[in-house]
Ligand binder design. Structure first.
Ligand SMILES: Nc1nc2c(ncn2[C@@H]2O[C@H](COP(=O)(O)OP(=O)(O)OP(=O)(O)O)[C@@H](O)[C@H]2O)c(=O)[nH]1
Length: 354
């Protein structure tokens, strides 16, 4: 057991603060080496570029739905990592905000080679104190992420008052009385609270989901699967999901057919004097529909990359590292949400070109 590599599964709904936590883990002085596996929703990869200082150790699982690629990509990446044993001390898997953590956790119990070499240390869920209550009503993934957690960071406590915090905490407790809840701002937590916990409790999970160890993973949905998943793909331009449940023991796995992602790239610079007013106006007008929007932008005459972040109408952004020599300066923007008007967004973004 002791020489098995601990794996932390980091989950939480779109924009909750997973990458913020991951960056905290990777930048803190702890003398440990982590291998990071990220799973993205959307065709233009941005998430792995937002992870700091971990260039060679970030492995990307593309194409959305982790529950379909779980048998392929995740196992392949972990097996590859096992061949480099000794080079790192632990593995962190950051799932997309729309992933259900069950099949990810399952991988560590049903694949023999993975099971021999790695152990699931804990499922850590980051929850957005401001939006979680809403998402528990309309996003079943959010519910499963809470139900499966061993540790829950109740993040963004700066955006709500004490009464709201108690309300959201009570809702979390209603779904999961066992997890440790830690209130945080900017995912700031002592790392020993989230890493090397030995917290994953198989017995508890078997109570929620009796079929957990059976390895079968039947489900239906229309899109966002890995290349080898064999599902019907009817809408290749977007990553939307059908709203069906996956037969999977006690907990059901849903995907929301209305959520899709669109992404745009401008091959060059953007003018911040056009971009900033545009996103502010867009946030006011359409923010309700944008679960998550983010981008990496090349501003004219600016040597550093501007990283833009949005969760509904809350916007954030800062200049981060410099563009590297030889790196293509371009501007990318991704929207994940409902009722996205792709043409309007494309035209609006393209009008921001410098
Ligand atoms: N006000 C406030 N903002 C926060 C806090 N934590 C994170 N944020 C901001 O919320 C936005 C989303 O944070 P991320 O860490 O990228 O969230 P994520 O869960 O990785 O998002 P996805 O990968 O898109 O699902 C960023 O703009 C963060 O700066 C917090 O405690 N308070």
């Amino acid at each position: 057991m002791s020489d098995k590599i601990p794996v932390t599964v980091l989950t939480g709904y779109l924009g909750a603060g997973k990458t913020t936590l991951l960056n905290r883990i990777l930048s803190e002085e702890h003398g440990k080496r982590y291998a990071v596996i990220v799973n993205e929703f959307g065709e233009i990869g941005i998430d792995n570029e937002l992870v700091v200082g971990a260039d060679e150790e970030v492995f990307e699982m593309n194409n959305g739905c982790i529950c379909c690629t779980v048998r392929g990509d995740l196992i392949r990446i972990i097996e590859g990592l096992m061949k480099r044993k000794g080079k790192f001390d632990a593995i962190i898997v950051e799932t997309t905000g729309l992933a259900d953590p069950a099949p990810v956790a399952q991988t560590f119990f049903v694949d023999e080679e993975v099971q021999d070499n790695a152990r699931l240390d804990a499922v850590v869920t980051v929850a957005d104190a401001k939006w979680l209550t809403e998402r528990l009503k309309d996003a079943p993934e959010a519910k499963n992420q809470i139900a499966f957690a061993d540790v829950i960071l109740l993040n963004k406590t700066d955006l709500v008052n004490e009464a709201e915090l108690e309300e959201v905490e009570a809702r979390i407790r209603g779904l999961n009385p066992y997890a440790r809840i830690i209130r945080t701002v900017k995912s700031q937590v002592p790392l020993n609270e989230v890493l090397d916990r030995g917290a994953f409790d198989l017995d508890r999970i078997l109570q929620i989901e009796p079929a957990f160890l059976e390895g079968e993973h039947h489900h239906e949905h229309g899109e966002a699967c890995g290349p080898d998943c064999g599902h019907d793909h009817h809408d290749h331009d977007h990553h939307g999901h059908d709203h069906h449940d996956h037969g999977h023991g006690g907990l059901k796995h849903y995907h929301d057919e209305f959520i899709k992602s669109v992404a745009f790239t401008i091959p060059g610079d953007v003018d911040p004097n056009k971009f900033m007013p545009w996103v502010q106006e867009l946030a006011q007008r359409e923010g309700q529909n944008f679960l998550r929007w983010k981008g990496i932008l090349s501003f004219k005459n600016e040597p550093r990359r501007f990283v833009f972040q949005g969760v509904h109408m809350i916007l954030d952004g800062d200049l981060q590292r410099e563009w590297k020599p030889g790196e293509t300066r371009q501007s990318k923007l991704v929207f994940i949400g409902k009722e996205l008007d792709e043409e309007m967004l494309r035209e609006g973004f393209e009008a921001c070109a410098a």
